[in-house]
Design a binder for this molecule. Structure first.
Ligand SMILES: Nc1ncnc2c1ncn2[C@@H]1O[C@H](COP(=O)(O)OP(=O)(O)OP(=O)(O)O)[C@@H](O)[C@H]1O
Ligand SMILES: [Mg+2]
Length: 351
């Protein structure tokens, strides 16, 4: 048993009544001290995984281990886990200090220790001096930090965060992303963060789990997931992309848009049907003569840092291009790209 592993799911299924499982035979390990993100569309099972870890619900099948010990039926309050809920669930009638102290009072921690632990937790989230404030006198971002202080005061091994930033405006949200990431580094504990915002996931995580319909489609570093999506679902979910169908002719040779291209992928069967991803920023505008693909510009949008061009090739494939160069609507242009820009994926994964 690898002692870096803190949580292990072994063939875990969760099913309500006779419905389809909301979590379907899921196995994974998570290590101590890392920042994990569960990413996926609404209803894919993100909160279900957190609730299983926290002990609020039990698996229908399979086992959950903490530090190698089986946890099924160990009650929530006996697990070294704390949760920060989306709505923060703070007590409106208690001040900041008492909100953070609440769990310690229940556990009958001696008064002097409570005093010291709460102070320390509030210092961690930069809320020193706010002890006596009422909750309704705190901003959204500050409430968020009170909720985090209340969770970390118990010194959990794992902190679960269920879309904690979704109520905040974009600017505050970006600030809190930095703060959370920084806090995780300082505390050195495992964070499991839930979001359906792919940019947030890419910016914050050591590792991302991409979920779809109760299954893990892919897990990996943000770079792995962005650069090497395993299927159409992941590619589509993780960012704007050109995804078209193609055929793997041979190792390093792929055909799409009625042409053959050199790529860096191999290990497919000859003539296997595949999906191809090329990111909009990997397509370069050039002349028809110098391009690998010939397309006609259908629309142009100015996006601030770049232009977004929507183009079509002669076979009806749509090509989204992000470029600092501009082209005119109706113009015929060439698109250039490197072999590394072509990502070949197995067909049939996801949907
Ligand atoms: N107590 C329950 N009884 C029946 N079905 C449930 C129950 N709790 C959750 N579900 C179903 O399980 C599925 C997964 O729910 P879950 O809350 O894990 O989704 P999620 O990924 O967190 O979605 P969101 O992004 O909307 O929060 C959903 O289809 C939901 O309707
Ligand atoms: Mg949820």
């Amino acid at each position: 048993m690898d002692d870096r592993v803190i949580i292990r799911f072994d063939h875990v299924t969760k099913q309500y009544d006779d419905d389809l499982p909301v979590l379907d035979d899921v196995s994974f390990e998570m290590e101590r001290g890392k920042f994990y993100t569960l990413l996926g569309p609404s209803g894919c099972g993100k909160t279900t995984i957190l609730r299983l870890i926290a002990g609020f619900i039990e698996p229908t099948k399979g086992d959950i281990y903490f530090h190698g010990k089986r946890m099924n039926n160990v009650p929530a309050n006996k697990r070294q886990v704390n949760t920060v809920f989306q709505d923060y669930a703070l007590f409106p009638h208690l001040n900041v200090f008492e909100n953070v102290a609440f769990g310690l009072r229940i556990k009958k921690v001696p008064k002097v220790d409570i005093e010291q632990k709460v102070k320390e937790a509030l210092r961690f989230v930069n809320l020193e001096g706010y002890e006596q404030r009422a909750i309704h006198e705190m901003s959204g971002g500050q409430r968020q930090r009170v909720a985090i202080a209340r969770a970390i005061v118990n010194e959990p091994d794992v902190l679960l965060l269920d879309e904690p930033l979704s109520a905040l405006d974009l600017k505050l949200r970006t600030e809190m992303q930095y703060e959370l990431r920084e806090l995780q580094r300082r505390l050195g504990i495992t964070f499991i963060f839930v979001t359906h915002d792919q940019e947030e996931a890419l910016a914050m995580s050591d590792e991302i789990f991409v979920l779809n319909k109760g299954k893990i489609e892919q897990r990996g570093t943000p770079k792995d997931i962005y650069d090497e999506p395993v299927n159409r679902f992941v590619a589509d979910f993780i960012g704007e992309s050109n995804i078209i169908t193609g055929t793997m002719i041979d190792d390093f040779v792929v055909e799409f848009a009625n042409q053959r291209f050199t790529c860096i992928d191999r290990g497919f069967t000859n003539n296997e049907q595949v999906d191809i991803v090329i990111r909009p920023e990997d397509l370069e505008l050039t002349t028809v003569e110098r391009g690998k693909l010939r397309v006609r510009v259908d629309s142009v949008l100015f996006r601030g840092v770049h232009y977004e061009l929507c183009c079509y090739d002669a076979y009806g494939n749509e090509w989204l291009v992000h470029s600092t160069k501009k082209a005119e609507i109706g113009e015929e242009i060439g698109l250039h790209f490197e072999p590394e820009a072509i990502h070949v994926m197995k067909r049939n994964g996801g949907e």
